[in-house]
Structure formats: C-alpha cells, structure tokens
Design a protein around this ligand. Structure first.
Ligand code: HSE
Length: 415
C-alpha cells in the first residue's frame, strides 16, 4: 500500500479525494498498488465528512512520517506551499502539485532537487486543468522542435469573454458567475489581470525550451479593459476576443512571450474554444499544428490531472521519469516593444480624418472596423501589416498628447 498526504482540501483537493474514492478499484489496478490517503492538511474543520479522521493541521506530522511516500499539494499560492513541497522532497517524498504559481516561480529549483534526490515532481494539473499537456509535450512530442505555443490558458477569463460575446453580459456579472462555479482563483484579479495565464505560459515555455521563463519576464495584459464595444468591433473584423498566452522562438534564439487579449479569426482553431474550456495550440516542426482542448478549471477536471500524476508517480516509485529545465537568465525573453503584431485600435477624435491619415502614414494599409450606433467621433481600424510594438506605443502617446482618446488597443493573431 502506498500512503499519500494531501495538502489543502479546497476545490481541487476535495476533488482529488472524491476521484480517489470513487474510482478506487480501477485506480488500484492502474497504479499496481493500493493508494491510501493517510493525512489531509487543512486549517479548517470538516467533521461531517466520512474521512474527517484524516485531517491534520500540523505539516510536521506529514513531513516526519516515513510512511508517507507521496505528497499531493493542492493549496495554491507560493507560501507555505513552496516550503512544504521543498521540505517534503528533502525528506525523500515524491510530490505531485496543481500549483502553477509554485511551478512557474520555483520550477527549476524543485526539479533540480527532485533529480538530486531521485524523486518525481509532477505538475500536469498546473496548466490546462484536466487537459493532458505537460506529459504530451515532454513525451509524445519529444521528437519535435516546438517553435510556438498559443493557448487559451485561463478558464475564468474565457468564460467571461464568452458571456460578453454570446450574451452581451457585463464583465462583473460574468465574473460573479465564474466565481460561483469554482473556476476563479481565490483572488480573481490573478485571472482577469492575466497573471494566472502568465504562470501557465511560463511553465510551458520553460518545459519546451529548456530554460526557466519567470513571470516577471513576460509582458502581461488582462481583460479588464475589454468592453462590449470592442467585442462588436472585433466581430466586424471577423474575429473574437480571447485572452492568449503565447511563446514563440525567435530566429536569434530568444523567446517572445506574452499574455494579452487578442482578436483571433472566427474560423481559426482557438475561436471555438468557449466557456471554461481551454485550448492550447502547439506548433512543431515534424507534427505541424496540434490542438489540445478540454476543461481548463474546476474541481473534477483538475483532480483528474492530479490523480493521473499520482498514479504515474506510484507506478514508477522505482523508475523515475525526470522532467527538467535550467535556471533562466536576464535577456532570454525579448522586450515585447521589439516584437511586432497586427493591431486593432479604437479612438475618439475631434478630427477623425486627420487621425486616419497619420495612422496610414505610420502603419500602411488599414481595415476599418464597425459597430452599430457608434458616435461620429469614434473610429476603429485594424492594421493589415504587423507593426513594431514600440512604434505603436510612440504613435499612441503622440495621439494622446494631441487630445485624442485611445479607447482600445488589441492585437490580432492568426491562430
Ligand atoms: N482560475 C484558473 C482558471 C483555475 O480559471 O483557469 C485553473 O488554473
């Protein structure tokens, strides 16, 4: 029998218990061993639960119990999760985690400890909720030089944007619904400001390109400035707005990594990824495009990925399968101002014609965007060619200085 300890009995942790209990028989067969939850660490009391006797409040009970082989961390946040995970590994315990903040910030260090101590450190649930993406990337697609990944990596924001696009629901109402459904982070600003998606693209970029990309190296924009007007203009450009995390390998060996709302073509691969679903497009030199799709948040989908890792870990207690990437370095991720994209811009100008002339002069051909009942002083367009980000920023500040209000600015991506 393999003894495991679960850290955290919130949305994901309670889902892990549910899946392990419900599918106990088949999981035992697949793991070639009986998996028993010996402890659950949580500061709260759950006297009504049939497994109430497993709860402990003191981590040292778990840390110092040599019977515990695997620690399953579902607490979220950096502290004390990092301290508990590190201490567990230093005591020779394997770790499975769903914690994207932990992996995005401390992944290189924890993977190094795992290798030195001959332990598994697995984190399938940290990206894409229930979607298998970590294992396919380092295993099934290992033959490829992957050169680009673009993903809808946050279920909460995709849910909000879908409600805005499909039902013209307000941002706040949609966010309230996502919170009630258990999709959002404890502090939902991590969802709507793009930090959660940022952590996930950092993990994917680190895994695929072999060097740690830290969240602070990634230009990150959320969806808080997206309005129903932008949604309508995007529609007139045959697109929908999605929050994307994207990493691209540049010819000079650097990475371009970014999280931002983007207009993607209605017929593209990611446009139809709606509600809480995530979609991750991977471009490899041998395989071409592969898209992974599924529930990106929620109790049981995330628990599915965690328990999958637990089974893998238990099966290979003797034969580890190491994941690894090196520590990152400054300058590895290119300054986003030196990269280029197509842009949609929405302005409020007293002399719209004059603005259009300066935009055409700076950016070349433009495609006009439209919406019903737009005021006469509002204009919106998309550039046909890519524009250097730094050049667009200069133009925008010039317009602002001249008294023009820049109401919206969204990149257009071809996925
Ligand atoms: N808050 C996250 C999301 C949970 O909405 O995608 C899954 O990481």
């Amino acid at each position: 029998m393999v003894q495991i300890a679960l850290l955290g009995h919130g949305t994901v942790g309670s889902g892990v218990v549910e899946v392990l209990r419900k599918n106990h028989e088949s999981i035992t067969k697949k793991a070639h061993d009986d998996i028993n939850i010996k402890y659950i660490l949580d500061l709260r009391e759950f006297p009504e639960l049939p497994y109430a006797d497993k709860f402990v409040k003191d981590f040292s009970i778990i840390e110092n119990d040599p019977e515990v082989d695997v620690v399953v961390e579902c607490m979220g946040g950096l502290h004390p999760a990092y301290d508990f995970v590190k201490a567990s590994m230093l005591k020779g315990k394997h770790v499975v985690t769903s914690n994207k903040e932990l992996v995005a910030t401390k992944g290189a260090e924890l993977l190094k400890i795992a290798r030195e101590k001959n332990l598994s450190f697995l984190f399938e649930a940290s990206v894409g909720g229930g979607i298998p993406i970590i294992r396919p990337l380092y295993q099934c697609l290992a033959a490829n030089e992957v050169y680009e990944i673009a993903g809808i990596l946050n279920g909460t924001t995709n849910f909000i944007l879908t409600k805005m696009i499909r039902e013209q629901m307000s941002f706040q109402d949609a966010l309230d619904m996502a919170q009630k459904l258990g999709y959002a982070e404890r502090d939902p600003s991590a969802d709507v400001q793009g930090d959660d998606a940022c952590r996930k693209i950092c993990i994917l970029a680190s895994l695929v390109f072999g060097k740690h990309v830290y969240p602070e190296q990634v230009h990150t924009e959320g969806i808080t400035n997206i309005t129903l007007e932008d949604v309508e203009y995007a529609d007139s450009l045959d697109g929908v707005i999605k929050l994307l995390g994207r990493v691209k390998k540049l010819d000079d060996g650097h990475l371009s990594v970014m999280v931002c709302p983007a207009i993607v073509g209605r017929d593209g691969q990611l446009a139809s990824v709606e509600d809480v679903f995530n979609g991750i497009l991977v471009r490899g030199d041998a395989v071409g495009d592969v898209v992974f799709y599924g529930r990106g948040a929620g109790k049981l989908p995330t628990a599915s990925a965690v328990v999958g890792d637990v089974i893998d870990c238990v099966k290979r207690l003797e034969y580890k399968k190491y994941l690894c990437w090196d520590e990152g370095e400054e300058g590895y991720v290119k300054d986003y101002r030196d990269t280029s994209s197509r842009f949609y811009v929405r302005l409020k100008a007293s002399e719209p014609q004059k603005i259009m002339e300066s935009a055409k002069k700076a950016f070349g051909e433009l495609r006009m965007a439209h919406r019903n009942n737009a005021p006469e002083d509002e204009i919106a367009f998309a550039t046909v060619s890519e524009v250097r980000e730094g050049d667009l920023e200069k133009m925008v500040s010039q317009w602002k200085q001249e008294g023009t209000q820049v109401l919206g600015r969204i990149r257009l991506f071809d996925y």
